[in-house]
Design a binder for this molecule. Structure first.
Ligand code: MN
Length: 228
């Protein structure tokens, strides 16, 4: 059935009127300048069975998305409007703006988290493998140290493999903690908030972290994050 002319005119008139409203224009401008969650770089079930499609769906679609939603409420009209996530993290830390720090940190952390699994698993190689051997004794030792650190993060947080002062280190950081804010270069980051593993591993955080390190991380990507 063809759309009748009256309906078409009504819809067009409403659209035209909406576009003239200052409120609508402001919303469009802030959306254009806002923080945007990048797409998940693979299908929702790509990390299964280590991380189920259900966990990825909730983690990416609800938890990760919520940090962008919060940032886009907090930033407009402040010096955080239009900056990169990295700039927001360092500036929020310097200014003591905890709400921006938490949401920008979590927004950035999860982008990095999803990206490190793309194309994985792949074994460490080249200069990165040499650095791992030099600083931890070997790949298994490095992974064991990350699992041990994951057990020490009380409550919510992250375990990071970082490069700092010319060597590789493991950092356990609380909540939205981020290596950039600590002056270190992030190479790999494992989310140890319960939302990352509880549906699949219940309270067994170390088992989850070990499985992720062994069967999901693209260690070639991790090596590429190292400075030349
Ligand atoms: Mn998370």
């Amino acid at each position: 059935m063809p759309i009748d002319r009256r309906t078409l005119l009504t819809v067009s008139a409403a659209a035209a009127a909406a576009s003239l409203l200052p409120k609508s224009a402001t919303a469009q401008e802030s959306a254009a300048a806002g923080f945007t969650q990048p797409p998940l770089p693979y299908a929702q079930d790509a990390l299964a069975p280590t991380i189920s499609a259900k966990t990825v769906g909730l983690h990416y679609g609800k938890h990760h998305a919520s940090y962008f939603t919060a940032l886009n409420k907090l930033a407009p009209g402040t010096p955080f409007e239009g900056v990169s996530l990295e700039e927001a993290i360092t500036k929020a830390k310097a200014d003591g703006n905890q709400a921006i720090f938490d949401n920008a940190g979590q927004a950035w952390n999860h982008v990095f988290y999803w990206n490190q699994f793309e194309g994985g698993p792949a074994a460490p190689e080249g200069a990165f493998l040499e650095a791992v051997t030099r600083d931890f004794g070997g790949v298994d030792e490095m992974k064991a140290a990350m699992v041990a650190e994951a057990g020490k993060v009380f409550g919510t947080g992250w375990v990071w493999l970082v490069e700092g002062d010319g060597k590789l280190e493991i950092l356990g950081l609380q909540d939205a903690g981020n290596p950039i804010a600590e002056g270190k270069k992030p190479l790999a980051g494992i989310d140890v908030w319960e939302h990352a593993y509880y549906l699949d591993y219940e309270n067994r955080r170390p088992d989850h972290v070990k499985a992720v390190l062994d069967s999901l991380v693209n260690w070639r990507f991790v090596g590429e994050q190292m400075s030349a």
